[in-house]
Design a protein around this ligand. Structure first.
Ligand SMILES: [Zn+2]
Length: 401
């Protein structure tokens, strides 16, 4: 079995992302076999081992995108309307977005709903090796009220419809269930935040998930819908654009996770790809979202980070988390260590730890000093397989015995 030793000036090791200077990660059979220093490796190694030296780069865990949709591409105009398009079109979109995600350093993605069970099909094909992309965790059909928000979801009404769809999702072996609790965006005028599911409907989905030990995750921007979600036992709250202090405390008290996707409001470069009414809302609420999410980030609430289908731009969301008050190490944990914890896959990936899957990226610089180096990821390894290498490390190999 071939052993591969990756050496670099800096390695972010374990669940603390503790820097290891002049380190070495030994990869074998798709897994991280050992993490040591370069010096110890060259002193002790007896087996034939291919060495790739990454010079001044940092080696760190592959990124985990925490809010993705494979069939939607927020880099394109009319991407929201395109959800109503034909299945074949969405499938073609997925092939491209999955490839682009992986090349941008995303080795695992949490997918929050797609039409036609496209995410389930993609997850299965990626597992088989017939499709290129990150490992996927999928929700299948996102469930919303028939009168509610959710471009990627489908409408339901009454506990039995939600139960039926939950079971249909579970029969496809989804990794978790997804509900749309609230409006998509903050109201144009300050005030009531609409919500579209009753406590009983949310409870039904949560209970169906629990029977198979699966989490329920929610699109939720705040308001009464958030309170009902907590009461019903929802595990993860995505977006939280207009969360208030009382709701932050409620989530903390119940040890919930939130997923930040603030770029949709904070990043002006996303505006050309959104409908005019949505852009108007973005302008009106940009400061509000910044203020609310900043409070959540600095409160100690457990957070992870996703783009909501803005493929290849996860680094921007990490930078926004820092702008909103997160320490760089916590922002990076939001797309690695903590992302894996939230998704309950920290026994498989999310850290550079012996025994875990060899999902490894190299970055030029140190992301704990400046997260902007995540913008260009020159080397990506997924499950021990090199899928991208622009570092020339392969050309600097030194065979040792
Ligand atoms: Zn979404």
């Amino acid at each position: 079995m071939e052993h591969l030793a990756l050496t670099a000036k800096n390695i972010l090791k374990g669940s603390g992302l503790a820097p290891l200077a002049d380190g070495c990660v030994i990869v074998s059979d798709g897994k991280i076999e050992k993490i040591t220093t370069k010096e110890a490796f060259f002193r002790e190694s007896t087996d034939h081992c291919r060495v790739m030296d990454f010079g001044n780069c940092t080696l760190m865990p592959g990124l985990i995108e925490c809010h993705n949709h494979v069939g939607m591409d927020a880099r394109l105009p009319q991407h929201l309307e395109s959800m109503e398009g034909p299945e074949a079109m969405l499938a073609l979109t997925a092939v491209k977005t999955l490839h682009d995600d992986l090349m941008s350093g995303v080795t695992t993605a949490r997918c929050m709903g797609d039409r036609f069970y496209l995410d389930v099909t993609c997850r299965n094909e990626i597992k088989k090796g017939t499709l290129t992309g990150p490992e996927l965790l999928v929700a299948g059909i996102g469930m919303r009220g028939i009168h509610g928000h959710g471009y990627v979801g489908l409408g339901h009404s009454g506990t039995e419809e939600f139960r039926k769809r939950s079971r249909e999702n579970l029969s496809k072996n989804v990794d978790f269930l997804k509900v749309f609790l609230t409006a998509g965006s903050p109201p144009l005028a300050p005030g009531w935040i609409p919500y579209y599911m009753t406590l009983e409907e949310i409870r039904t989905v949560v209970e169906e998930g629990k029977q198979l030990n699966k989490m329920t995750c929610a699109h939720c921007i705040g308001g009464k819908g958030l309170q009902l979600g907590v009461e019903a036992g929802v595990d993860v709250f995505d977006h939280i654009y207009c969360i208030n202090e009382e709701q932050i405390e409620l989530l903390k008290k119940h040890n919930k996770w939130v997923v930040l996707t603030s770029g949709i409001f904070l990043d002006p470069e996303r505006e050309p790809f959104c409908p005019p009414a949505f852009v108007e809302n973005v302008h009106k609420n940009r400061e509000l979202v910044f203020r609310c999410v900043s409070k959540a980030v600095t409160s100690g609430l457990r957070f992870t980070i996703g783009t909501d289908a803005y493929h290849t731009f996860l680094y921007k969301e990490v930078a926004y988390a820092c702008d909103m008050g997160a320490a760089a190490v916590d922002a990076v944990k939001g797309v690695t260590v903590n992302a894996a914890r939230m998704c309950r896959i920290d026994d498989k990936t999310g850290t550079l730890t012996e025994g875990l899957r060899a999902d490894i990226i190299a970055v030029r610089g140190n992301p704990l000093e400046n997260v902007s180096c995540l913008a260009a990821i020159p080397f990506v390894m997924k499950g021990g397989r090199i899928v991208k290498d622009e570092t020339a490390a392969g050309n600097r190999e030194a065979a040792i015995f």
